[in-house]
Design a protein around this ligand. Sequence first.
Ligand SMILES: *Cc1c(COP(=O)(O)O)cnc(C)c1O
Length: 398
Amino acid sequence: MSTPLAWIDDEIGGLRSQHLLRQLRTFCGARGVVARYDGRELINFGSNDYLNLAGDSRLAQAVLQAVEHEGWGAGASPLVTGHSGAHRLLEARIADFEESQGSLVFSSGFAANVGTICALAGPGDQIFSDELNHASIIDGCRLSRAVVLIHRHGDLEHLAELLAAAPAARRRLIVSESVFSMHGDLAPLPGLVDLAERFDAMLLVDEAHATGVFGEHGRGLCEHYGVEHRTSVRVGTLSKALGCAGGFVAGPRSLVEWLVNRARSYVFSTAHPAAGCAAAVRALELVRDEPWRRRQLLVRAAELRGRLRDCGWNIGHSGSQIIPIIIGDAACTMELSAALWDRGLLVPGIRPPSVPHDGSLLRISLNYAHSSAMIEQLLEALGVASRVAAISSPVARN
Ligand SMILES: *Cc1c(COP(=O)(O)O)cnc(C)c1O
């Protein structure tokens, strides 16, 4: 007799036959440019730890010191007893860093997007969202019960058409990532702020992959384009370039107060551990005091993009430290990723639903600490692996 969960085996079989089944790999040791797996060391082009801070002993020290005073668990949600001096300090430091009136720390960037979007828009409102926005934005839009209008990726004209054609609404919200997480391209932020102003909409920019990397002070792509003060809400994460965990929102004091009351992923979730906040405070100091990390990263990224293009790889419109190699077919992409793995390089293959159908790609995440030798090894292995994997698909090459 089949069990009520028997359908799962069928579904998994279906994913496997389409080369879409994902499996966890278990790594050991601190993260960094070298990943340790099953007794092997691989050069790691798969982490979002762009400034090489995740394994930095100074962050570990900050955690240890804080744990001695505060213990580990926060014990309750922030509005009950979970909010501590460490949270308060981190929120003040984020506001200083972001030059915003206030900030609020969530247990993840995912929670920050979902909670904030739902607190800003609801039934009777409209959200305008880029088709390649992150899953946390998509879920926030869906949960909000607002009308969601999706525009073609990075297409300001299409967005303007949708804004012009939409009937009057109580509130309007435009949402976009700044550096797109899978393709590494940059949102047209100056155009987005213009449209938000012209159509009287709020603008939420998700800086998950730009915080700590872009801008003179590392505040992100809004700083880079000089549009911070024309952006209503900025969401960031502590978990990527900052090497910690948790997410945040930066904006006016009234926004923070509203989120404390209305963001359900904040109100109904146990506060982030205080020691995690202490690590993030330290990470923000390192972003401030060691600007060479982000500068070197972006110089190296521009060099690598040029080299990959010269080799004939299709890297799309990447303008950041995230560099896709667009292959198209999922099976082919995974084969190439496996061939690189066999040569000691960890370059994840990204398949649907993280990317659109027929848009599978290898995602290279550059880290400030990747050496020239590591990058040469990557370029050489890509050349060899593409021959071994016998890429026949025409989209694999320009
Ligand atoms: C990773 C990511 C998030 C979520 O951040 P976490 O802190 O990992 O939960 C949100 N938005 C984008 C664009 C991301 O890439």
